[in-house]
Write a protein that binds this ligand. Structure first.
Ligand code: NDP
Length: 388
């Protein structure tokens, strides 16, 4: 039996949020839901709040407040809306918070949850990418447990239990290679959003699916890992592994390599964070290596997938460069999903915004938000120039 705890789920209507709530519902004795949040989808949020008997439901889009209040009328569930309300929800003191808002929009509530000093399960990689030092300093100050949910980082977290960071020689992040792993640059020029969101192994939200197709997802994950596991950039490597069974590996100084394996189902890493430091049952498929028969590996191709190089350069540039990379990428991915730019324009816009921006210094949340805003504006402008 898992020790009982109160939980809040930020980004409850999304792919990670839904998987988290699926697991929470399987252990009703263990979990009491305090807050659930969404961006726009009032109907889904209200249904989730009622099903999981949440104390409060928060919608980020303030103009949807009336609709949320109406949908929850008579339920006894508090309704709230807007950015401040998200932060207040993060301050409700949940023992365990899932940070699964997509994009830098999740940064302020995630930091507010971290400041509470309890356990924060982090899926919202863009928050850590944009505000790495600020976030890790907040973790150190509050004593919060920051548990990585991204399957690779969760795998590394699990592998580190066998030896600790001090004994690590190298960490290998695995990558599926995405839907265009074998496609030429020329062929990538014409791919559509519908093709790009079809990940071969994982079912995920639209933004992360595009990031997987450009391999910016692996770039963001490299930045995320750099902050979570401070062993120095040169000791991280990326390995393409199309089956997504080995989720990452840690090589120790004695040359033992520890890997974490599992079927590609996000409920496995989420369960590991939800039950931590215990383990819980999941409905996930067991790993059947005999049926699978083989596991393949190859080096990533940075010519066809320049996002990996851009992420490494952003880490090396330091300051606000990772926040600039992330903001430009969020704008470019949105423009691609809307059909306004081509697939290869995503990397072009990110590279141009990085080249034209001053990385500056980042010491506070406000610094991150300012640099995020200016990088977004520049990316919007470059997008408009590309279209005209
Ligand atoms: P989804 O797009 O499926 O869900 C995003 C969630 O964030 C939704 O609840 C959405 O609400 C909410 N949201 C969107 N915009 C805002 C905003 N401006 N303010 C507040 N809330 C907002 O994303 P995923 O679940 O796929 O991903 C969530 C995070 O987890 C991302 O950072 C992603 O990189 C990371 N991640 C995801 C994995 C996956 O398998 N999906 C794997 C590893 C990491 P609404 O529904 O109303 O729009």
């Amino acid at each position: 039996m898992i020790a009982p705890r109160t939980v809040s789920v930020f980004g409850a209507t999304g792919s990670v949020g839904t998987s988290t709530l699926d697991l929470i519902a399987r252990e009703p004795e263990a979990f009491e839901v305090l807050a659930v949040t969404a961006g726009d989808d009032v109907d889904k949020l209200a249904a989730i709040a009622v099903t999981h008997r949440a104390r409060r439901a928060v919608i980020a889009n303030e103009s949807r407040y009336g609709a949320l209040k109406a949908a929850l009328a008579g339920s006894g569930i508090e309704a709230a809306a807007g950015g401040e309300a998200l932060i207040e929800a993060a301050q409700m003191g949940a023992d365990w918070t899932m940070a699964a808002i997509v994009g830098c929009a999740g940064l302020a509530p995630t930091l507010a949850a971290v400041a509470g000093g309890k356990t924060v399960a982090l899926a919202n990689k863009e928050a850590l990418v944009s505000a790495g030092d600020v976030m890790m300093a907040a973790v150190a100050r509050s004593g919060a447990a920051l548990l990585p949910v991204d399957s690779e980082h969760n795998a590394i977290f699990q592998c580190l239990a066998s030896g600790g960071l001090d004994a690590v020689r190298k960490i290998t992040l695995t990558a599926s290679g995405g839907p265009f792993r074998t496609l030429s640059r020329e062929a990538m020029r014409a791919v559509t959003p519908a093709q790009a969101v079809k990940h071969p192994n994982w079912s995920m939200g639209r933004k992360i699916s595009i990031d997987s197709a450009t391999m910016m997802n692996k770039g963001l994950e490299l930045i995320e890992a750099y902050h979570l596991f401070p062993i120095g950039l040169e000791r991280f490597s990326i390995l393409v592994h199309p089956q997504s069974v080995i989720h990452s590996m840690v090589e120790y100084r004695d040359r033992s390599t520890i890997a974490q394996l599992g079927c590609p189902d996000m409920r496995i890493p989420i369960a590991s964070a939800l039950a931590w430091p215990q383990r819980m049952e999941t409905p996930c498929e067991p790993l059947d290596l005999a049926t699978l028969g083989r596991l393949d590996f190859e080096a990533p191709d940075e010519e066809r997938f320049p996002a990996l190089r851009l992420a490494r350069e952003a880490i090396q540039a330091g300051g606000g460069a990772p926040a600039i990379l992330n903001a430009a990428n969020e704008i470019a991915v949105g423009a691609f999903l809307d059909g306004r730019i081509g697939f290869l324009d995503i990397g072009r816009i990110v590279e141009d915004v990085l080249a034209r921006s001053d990385a500056g210094r980042i010491a506070t949340l406000e610094d991150v938000q300012a640099i995020d805003r200016s990088a977004r504006a520049m990316a919007e402008q470059l997008t408009a120039e590309l279209i005209n």
